[in-house]
Write a protein that binds this ligand. Structure first.
Ligand code: FES
Length: 176
């Protein structure tokens, strides 16, 4: 059943959208917990990502309604911050640095290897949902280029062989 979205107490300026899907209903609850305050939008996104794993497109109109903002404003904030995911991601996120120092030490070859060995392009997720690979620009580990990050853990001097070992370690962890 559709749930009417409570909205910011400001004068309504936008088309109202009702929540119908589970993700939309979750978005309504998160917005309500933040008092439907537009200045809490980043916290709302963080909380939704924590709850749902990503921020589904379908939730943007109900967030806009709750916060009394346009969809374009909500979408603009969401897409400005790269750490907010707009699609489901893998259990492990592997970030590969493509900034200058890592470029000079062979990150392009590493990226090509990662795409081939995991059979997914940068930004994509393996078929089993275990790993998402992303490109980033500087992990602050330039002296040990090429650098990658898995979750919160940083690795330096990563070549194709080392990359495969790290991925095998993740898969082994999952199997235990
Ligand atoms: S350029 Fe890759 S970690 Fe800084």
């Amino acid at each position: 059943m559709a749930k009417k979205v409570a909205r910011s107490s400001q004068k309504p300026r936008r088309e109202e959208v009702s929540a119908t899907t589970p993700a939309q209903l979750a978005a309504v609850s998160v917005c309500a917990r933040h008092g439907n305050r537009p200045d809490e939008l980043l916290e709302i996104f963080h909380e939704m990502q924590h709850e749902l794993g990503f921020i589904p497109e379908e939730t943007l109109p109900v967030i806009a309604t709750a916060l009394n903002r346009s969809r374009a404003e909500i979408y603009g904030v969401l897409t400005f911050y790269h750490d907010f995911k707009r699609h489901p991601v893998g259990k492990h996120i592997v970030k590969i640095c493509r900034a200058e120092a890592c470029q000079s030490m062979g990150t392009d070859a590493l990226c090509a290897h990662a795409e081939q060995s995991l059979n997914t392009p940068l930004g994509g997720t393996t078929a089993d949902g275990s790993v998402t690979i992303e490109q980033v620009f500087c992990l602050g580990n330039c002296a040990l280029s090429p650098a990658i990050m898995v979750g919160e853990r940083l690795y330096g001097k990563v070549d194709a062989h080392r990359f495969d070992e790290i991925i095998a370690g993740l898969n082994k962890e999952a199997a235990e």
